[in-house]
Design a protein around this ligand. Sequence first.
Ligand SMILES: *[C@@H]1O[C@H](CO)[C@@H](O)[C@H](O)[C@H]1NC(C)=O
Ligand SMILES: *[C@@H]1O[C@H](CO)[C@@H](O)[C@H](O)[C@H]1NC(C)=O
Ligand SMILES: *[C@@H]1O[C@H](CO)[C@@H](O)[C@H](O)[C@H]1NC(C)=O
Length: 574
Amino acid sequence: MAVRSHGGLLIFFLFSLLNGHSVEASHQIYRRLQTTAAASSPLDHQPYRTGYHFQPPKNLINGPMIYEGIYHLFYQYNPNGVVWGPPVWAHSTSTDLVNWMSQEIAISSSIPSDINGCWSGSATMLPGQKPAILYTGINPENQQVQNLAVPKNLSDRYLREWVKPAVNPLMVPTTVNEINASSFRDPTTAWLLPDKHWRVVIGNKRDQGHRGMALLYRSKDFIHWVKAKHPLHSAKGTGMWECPDFYPVYVDSLLGADTSTVGPSVKHVLKESLDDTKHEFYMIGSYDIRKDIYTPDKGSVEGDSGLRYDYGKYYASKTFYDESTRRRILLGWVNESSSTADDMKKGWSGIHAIPRTILLDEYGKQLVQWPIKEIEMLREKPIDLSGKLIKQGSLIEVPIITAAQADVEISFRLTKLTNVEKFDPSWTDPQLLCSRKEAMVQGGVGPFGLLTLASKGLEEYTAIFFRVFKSRDKHMVLMCSDQSRSSLNPTNDKTTYGTFVDVDPIHGELSLRTLIDHSVVESFGAMGKNCITARIYPTLAIDDNAHLYAFNYGTEKVEITRLTAWRMKKAHIN
Ligand SMILES: *[C@@H]1O[C@H](CO)[C@@H](O)[C@H](O)[C@H]1NC(C)=O
Ligand SMILES: *[C@@H]1O[C@H](CO)[C@@H](O)[C@H](O)[C@H]1NC(C)=O
Ligand SMILES: *[C@@H]1O[C@H](CO)[C@@H](O)[C@H](O)[C@H]1NC(C)=O
């Protein structure tokens, strides 16, 4: 719920502009963190503070873009900290998407149509390299309306000051257009079609809130917007769509596509953040520009059990097209899994996942994601254990110095696929299967994988692993992130996450990359086909007392064809 004012705070925004064209943004809302006077002082030991994940000093975050060679990240922020106040767009800049410098607040309440807060939105690059931000404001009647902000001085590459043209608001809910004034938010990056009209999509719901939809607006001049008769797309039973994102991906290229790219060389992705479940899902499909309608590919699942960028904690994400490197980059917000009391004690809440490059998978059925290559500049002191065999029921330690702040790449070859567990067709929920068959439950082929943030005596660990099953006609590969033993603190949310990976384990290897950063473990299975992000708060496995192991608790041997682990340097963040 983006915009309720009870409770607390925030949303954030991410947004991005691009060197050449579009910019995008997103938003997020968060409601519980009210930083209190009891918040920790900077001198307190902070074992859960991340070393290379973006995190604001307090409160919530969001968003990226690039303008004149500088990346911009905007995020929702409550400047009042202790008490509720209208959220603003805070701003950080970077030249590498790894190290960030804080800038002054970009957008804050100053006009009637945003007097109750500047909520999420997106940036678009207008012709002539002119960035423009569309964002949701809350007006004095507590209605959600859409506003425009533009940079004051285009010669300032840091885009420090933003102004709001007098025409605001640009889009409002009325009885004529029948838009529910409390469910009308989060404009996407706009795109320009050959008919010279801009399009933008805004999150909404209908039918007593059961049908989520992406409302479509058109404009010739970016100022006057007219609602299209039909939404771009809608789906029943999905509830409010927050932070929609709509963009093309090339079918036959490893490059990213600008938001306005259309035609047979691309497919279109539509992503929604579901307010009801706090999960995101996306679809691959076609965009018919004549009818202005989006049609998901046959077999697409719409809603909570559809395809997800991430099967763990990940919400309010947004992509942007980085024209300088021709990549589409995904940014997402990662919520805490600790209790509100613990959040208040540490004085901050919410981090950003490491930015990911997004591509369409070679079979065109899903996306693949990979941490941006710039993050590798933080790697140092590699440990290589490639070529080892892990015997059944055993584990080997990876003797890395800072296992609490590391990057690990491991690949497994399955030497024998004889003793494979049978797959029961009633196992339709991979997350449930992972919690039933957690890391210490012996299998045939698997579980094998990594124990991260582990204490010496294994009182605490977070396990990321695979388990292979045999169904009637094929092998099923389950990927799990098991948080059940992640901390001796009983108040954390230790939900185990899981997903089926669409790979053939017989031919080729099964790979896993895991980014570990004190209280976050981000895992990329099968070269980025399936990702799981988890938040964990160990009490023993902190700082130098954190260990890293590779393990195999199946009855069959597995071979490690590659294992390299690096400690990660700290990034400069704000
Ligand atoms: C615009 O920004 C440029 C670069 O920072 C600066 O030199 C110039 O003085 C600014 N102009 C105004 C009117 O502030
Ligand atoms: C509008 O949305 C709000 C918030 O979800 C909901 O409580 C209300 O019932 C909706 N109004 C109508 C007329 O559907
Ligand atoms: C954040 O995480 C908490 C604890 O797991 C959960 O209760 C809450 O719904 C999450 N909020 C969002 C916005 O994801």
